[in-house]
Write a protein that binds this ligand. Sequence first.
Ligand code: C5P
Length: 288
Amino acid sequence: MKRSLRHCAAPAKLNLFLHVTGRRDDGYHLLQSVFQLIALHDELHFTLRDDDAIVRVTDIAGVPAEDDLAIRAARLLKAAAAERGLPTTGVDIAIDKRLPMGGGIGGGSSDAATTLIALNHLWDTQLSRAELMRIGLSLGADVPFFLLGRNAFVEGIGERLTPLDTPDSWFVLVHPGVSVPTPLIFKSPELTRDSKMVTIADFSERLPAFGKNDLQAVAARAFPPVADALEWLSDFGEARMTGSGACVFAAFASQDDADAALRRVPPEWRAWKTRTLAAHPMARWLQS
Ligand code: C5P
């Protein structure tokens, strides 16, 4: 029987707040954010092959396999193993894509992180978490977070991670049907980049409502459906965008309250009820 690891979860995240505090010379932005794992996920299946090929066996509309962060992650891990003289094989990767793309909930980044975790185990390459994070960061600023395995206060461009315990909460997440290109929002002349630096002591008692998302005003102006969803959701409490959008969310005190809001979501929008996760479902596969 071919070795495989099936039903590997790649959970989504919410940015409970996201402050832009500066810009580096290379154009990347310095952020302060709390990244919260939530109980919505893609599912990936890995089956080793007899040859050396890395093959995505699932079609994903709009994402050619060569651009898929999961496939690129597998190739980078294979190359890192080869540099160390460690043998690897080919692998078939099936992706059950459930998370909306371009939604600000980290689906592609999480798929990449889950691929690194699963293949590091299946290939027995034994790279440390720090080494996987270095590979992850080269794929995208959000990937290292998903390799930490815990909720975190995230700084730098996404590579400075402080593990954090966050309060349990229910959320309703609304996707207003538009895809927001992240670079467009970060490049906007209207983006404010001078949020005051905060410390964990400033917000630890005030999650999930602390602060704001500095990308939200720019995204809501450029994409009116984002503004519409924020306005609709704000009837239920503090509504906020995650990442660079387009998804928006609000926290609810109970599952019943979240269900009641979910039943009223206008039919043209996709929406989910979800809750906080304390740890990444694949955390046990991660070496420290
Ligand atoms: O790293 P990732 O591919 O997710 O970033 C997409 C784009 O978002 C980057 O090309 C950059 O324009 C912008 N970005 C940024 N500062 C960050 C993260 C992303 O300017 N910390």
